[in-house]
Design a protein around this ligand. Structure first.
Ligand SMILES: *Cc1c(COP(=O)(O)O)cnc(C)c1O
Length: 363
């Protein structure tokens, strides 16, 4: 039997989520962020499903190449920009826009062949302190960029939030986001060009930040980054179901221990299911005993360590389970956020971590 581990991608859910994002930001255009292979859902598949997006955001020029090869005609933004002069010609040929976050990029553009036109989004560091020009240097950067003949059209203006998953629902919440918005508006006041501030969390919780373009990633895949809430809480549909099958059911005696390092002890004589999934497929090894799974659609807890190819499951609550029955690791009936919380991470990391041996199926 072939390994039964699959990631089922619901392309209808992707389209539904795009419509939800549009509904929440009706005055904005939507850039679909498809970095990291569409958050692990498959770049071309996601782009095809989200053909209604106004633009796409990627983190690698090779991803922009794949999108153009797949026939994507919308604008594409390289979110971290180019990092060597030879990228500029490639980006020009592909009609890919660049984020400009550092003086070294402006220098490369100044020295580039003036025939090489490129669309630019100037990134301002309003408090995330990762990429972007400090507010006091942003206008000078804008002026230098504007003077380069190869820069096409109006320079767009970009900000990235650090804590937009904290909504503006109490005086103590959302302070950093309010401050980032204020710094952004003060910095760009009077400059021409479209503005883009919001990631998914800001689409969901910060309507004042929607501006001309929202840049949505997680929400399009049906995920939430808001602590304690799932995509479904915002009307989003999870686009991925990660599933496998039971390949064994064993009856283990009370007091026996299960799995590597014998971390879990049977409290009574009991059935232990073995499913064909492990960290070699992208299921997190950090998931502890008690992390829920669905066996035949019913919740049953993981017990013992996750191994590379297999997990062990307490089947006392699912006595009718048989070898070959379906096991769901996450999906619409079991939010990836629940598994992420148990494993000490976020849903994004889990969907991005599915490995190549998993079979992808579209629905
Ligand atoms: C990843 C990314 C986004 C999308 O973030 P989500 O939380 O997935 O919506 C938006 N903008 C930039 C610059 C990013 O790197």
């Amino acid at each position: 039997m072939a390994r039964p581990t699959t990631a089922v991608i619901d392309t209808g859910a992707l389209r539904h989520n795009l419509a939800q994002v549009r509904g929440r930001a009706p005055g904005s255009r939507v850039m679909a962020v498809v970095k990291a292979d569409g958050y692990g859902h498959g770049l071309e598949r996601v782009a095809r499903s989200l053909a209604g997006a106004d633009a796409f955001g990627v983190a690698a020029l090779s991803d922009a190449e794949r999108l153009r090869a797949a026939g994507v005609s919308q604008p594409i933004l390289l979110l971290s920009g180019f990092d060597e002069p030879s990228d500029i010609g490639r980006m020009r040929a592909l009609h890919v826009d660049s984020a400009i976050h550092h003086a070294s990029q402006i220098e490369m553009l100044e020295q580039a062949d003036p025939g090489e036109l490129i669309g630019c989004w100037l990134k301002i560091d309003t408090g995330m302190h990762r990429l972007g020009f400090a507010p006091e240097h942003a206008r000078e950067a804008h002026a230098r960029l504007s003077a380069i003949p190869g820069v096409v059209g109006e320079i767009r203006l970009l900000n990235h939030f650090a804590s937009s998953d904290e909504f503006d629902d109490s005086p103590s919440h959302g302070r950093q986001t309010r401050e980032q918005m204020r710094i952004f508006h003060d910095t760009v006041a009077g400059l021409p060009g479209e503005r883009s501030l919001a990631n998914s969390a800001a689409v969901l919780g910060w309507p004042d930040a929607h501006a001309d373009w929202v840049r949505a990633g997680g929400a399009l895949y049906g995920m939430s980054v808001v602590e304690g809430r799932t995509g479904a809480d915002f009307g989003l549909q999870p686009a991925m179901t990660f599933a496998t099958r039971l390949i064994a059911i064993n009856h283990i005696r009370k007091g026996e221990r299960v799995g590597y390092s014998a971390t879990w002890e049977c409290p009574e004589d009991m059935p232990i299911g073995v499913a064909a999934i492990g960290y070699g497929d992208g299921y997190p090894r950090a998931a502890p005993s008690g992390t829920p799974m669905l066996v035949n659609g019913r919740r049953a807890p993981l017990v013992g360590r996750v191994s590379m190819d297999l997990v062990t499951i307490d089947l006392r609550g699912v006595p009718e389970a048989r070898v070959g029955d379906p096991v769901t690791l996450w999906g619409p009936e079991l939010p990836v956020e629940t598994i992420a919380l148990a494993a000490g991470t976020i849903g994004y990391e889990l969907t991005c971590s599915i490995t190549r041996r998993v079979r992808f199926v579209e629905r």
